[in-house]
Ligand binder design. Structure first.
Ligand code: PEP
Ligand code: MG
Length: 575
């Protein structure tokens, strides 16, 4: 049946392909008595063998695509599967109690999981518990004859359908096969949406009901520019989507002509168009899209991609690669921003009611728990600083005291390295993200102490409007063009300029085509965005006049009461 759904357009592009459901299957079962113990043990054996073969294949694929280190997690799973003691106990349970293999498996593995979890403060034991839970789920699925989804094994063109995708799920998607993804929940600035844009995978989030409407094998037509999905489109509808895809490809080819051009406005003013990255691997996309610098390197992905804390050396190698790769162009590295929707399995964080308002980013770095981690990162950055134009940025700064504390750690580690005879640059700028309204309001005070601001609108908007950036139910309140946000931005940019500092933006708003004219008018110096938005922004800026954009921004702030009025005014000035 043809179904049409509307969601939040999260990553541009169009695709028509078969649905791949990345949803957890029903693994419920009843405990039953069995007569034929040997047959039950044989069922268990088949499930164990199939699970082993499956895990070996997954491990091999992970080693090829993600590297040997990432693949090692599956070695731990394979070890669980071949543990003679545990398997022996499951068989024993079947024969002693004459129960089905599902019940025997659950009882024994639950006992092991409980035992490991009880060793509360031992991270190694917690990981063993997690490994057993994963393996037990796989064996159970085979006993029940259901398939567990596994995005890393996708080997045909599909549209991934999920309730939600974590940033690490998204990182595993192979863009050769995953032509788009569609989720029930999420917003335009959830990190999976941001990653979809850098991976150039069309995406729609926040449809509320895609998983309920789609079965495996359905065909999906996805338009990530408009946020439209059709389930089992007619031939005409599929052709229409394909046409939209071709038009988008033609538009992209036009933008590509500006790859090596300077970013200049119609009246000859230059703005810096930088890129946001999550790993050194993203540099290729930055160069392909004519990025003039890195305005945000989200270093937390370095931590998230690693099975344990990355060492100073691991980090040094990554930072050096980015600095050298940008050949003297500015590189703003943000210290780690774990928390919110970004978790780190090996860093034990408390479970919180409101993780976006909680123990996150610099708050962790400045705590006793995060001190070592923060100093290690600082040292790696300082050592890498001689390989390019490094700027260090602290996330989630709410108070001047936090900035001073972080800056002091930077100074202490710098002094230590210098006394050890290590060469460090003396030109490193140290700045902050403006993403908490408290900091935006007293930007004039911060401007006296920092070297630069970069506005993180993804968070600044959610905190100003009190609207969770991940929650599609309140996404209507996520209003970048609301006059309240524009006033805050003006305050921040003017405060920076009054002290001779520069103000950039690395939130998604910087690449938003309706916001760009307003931001040019407010005098923003640097725009940092998903690399894939750079060329269309360069193309837009080329045809706009800054004097007119200043008039537009002032009128939007003074005369408009609502976001809708601001949008109408932008249209009047840009068409
Ligand atoms: C922001 O908040 O705007 C930002 C760029 O940081 P993140 O999206 O990583 O929170
Ligand atoms: Mg942020």
């Amino acid at each position: 049946m043809v179904e049409m759904l509307k969601g939040i357009a999260a990553s541009d592009g169009v695709a028509v392909a078969k649905a791949y459901l990345l949803v957890q299957p029903d693994l419920s079962f009843s405990k039953t008595n069995v007569e034929d113990v040997a047959a039950e043990e044989a069922r268990l054996q088949v499930a164990l063998t199939t699970s082993t073969e499956e895990l070996q294949a997954i491990r091999e694929k992970a080693a090829q695509s993600l590297g040997e280190e990432e693949a090692q997690v599956f070695d731990a799973h394979l070890m669980v599967l071949s543990d003679p003691e545990m398997i022996g106990q499951i068989n024993q349970n079947i024969s002693d109690n004459k129960v089905n293999a599902e019940a025997a498996l659950k009882e024994v593995t639950d006992m092991y999981i409980g035992m490991f979890e009880a060793m509360d403060d031992n991270a190694y034991m917690q990981e063993r518990a997690a490994d057993i839970r994963d393996v037990a789920k796989r064996i159970l699925a085979h006993l029940l004859g259901v398939t567990l989804p596994n995005p890393s094994m996708i080997n045909e063109e599909v549209v991934v359908v999920a309730h939600d995708l974590t940033p690490s799920d998204t990182a595993q998607l192979d863009r050769n096969f995953v032509k788009a993804f569609v989720t029930d929940v999420g917003g335009r600035t959830s990190h999976s949406a941001i990653m979809a844009r850098s991976l150039e995978i069309p995406a729609i989030v926040g449809t509320k009901e895609i998983t309920a409407k789609v079965k495996a094998g359905d065909i999906l037509a996805v338009n990530g520019i408009e946020g439209d999905v059709i389930v089992n489109p007619t031939d005409d509808q599929a052709a229409e989507f394909k046409k939209a895809g071709d038009a988008y490809a033609a538009q992209k080819a036009e933008w590509e002509k500006l790859k090596n051009a300077e970013t200049v406005t119609a009246d000859g003013k230059h703005f810096e168009l930088a890129a946001n990255i999550g790993t050194p691997k993203d540099l290729e996309g930055v160069h392909n899209n004519g990025g003039e610098g890195i305005g945000l390197y989200r270093t937390e992905f370095l931590y998230m991609d690693s099975p344990d804390f990355p060492t100073e050396e691991d980090q040094f190698v990554a930072y050096k690669a980015v600095l050298e790769g940008m050949a003297g162009k500015p590189v703003v590295v943000r210290t780690m921003d774990i928390g919110g929707d970004k978790e780190l399995p090996y860093l034990k964080l408390p479970h919180e009611m409101n993780p976006f308002l909680g123990y996150r980013a610099l708050r962790i770095s400045l705590s006793e728990q995060g001190d070592d981690m923060f100093r290690t990162q600082m040292r790696a950055l300082l050592r890498a600083s001689v390989y390019g134009n490094l700027r260090i940025m602290f996330p989630m700064v709410a108070t001047i005291k936090e900035f001073r504390a972080a800056k002091q750690i930077f100074e202490e580690e710098k002094a230590k390295l210098v006394s050890e005879g290590v060469e460090v640059s003396n030109e490193i700028q140290v700045g902050i993200m403006i993403e908490i309204p408290a900091a935006a309001v007293i930007a004039d005070k911060f401007a006296k102490e920092v070297d630069f601001f970069s506005v993180g609108t993804n968070d600044l908007i959610q905190y100003t409007m009190a609207a969770d950036r991940m929650n599609e139910r309140v996404s209507y309140l996520y209003q970048p063009y609301n006059p309240s946000i524009l006033r805050l931005l003006k305050n921040v940019i003017d405060a920076a300029h009054a002290e001779g500092k520069w103000a950039g933006m690395c939130g998604e708003m910087a690449g938003d085509q309706t916001a760009v004219p307003l931001l040019m008018g407010l005098g923003l110096d640097e725009f940092s965005m998903s690399a894939t938005s750079i060329l269309k922004t360069r193309s837009l800026m080329k045809r706009l006049d800054t004097t007119k954009m200043t008039e537009l921004a002032n009128r939007a702030i003074d005369e408009c009461d609502t976001m809708e009025e601001v949008v109408a005014l932008v249209e009047e000035y840009t068409n």
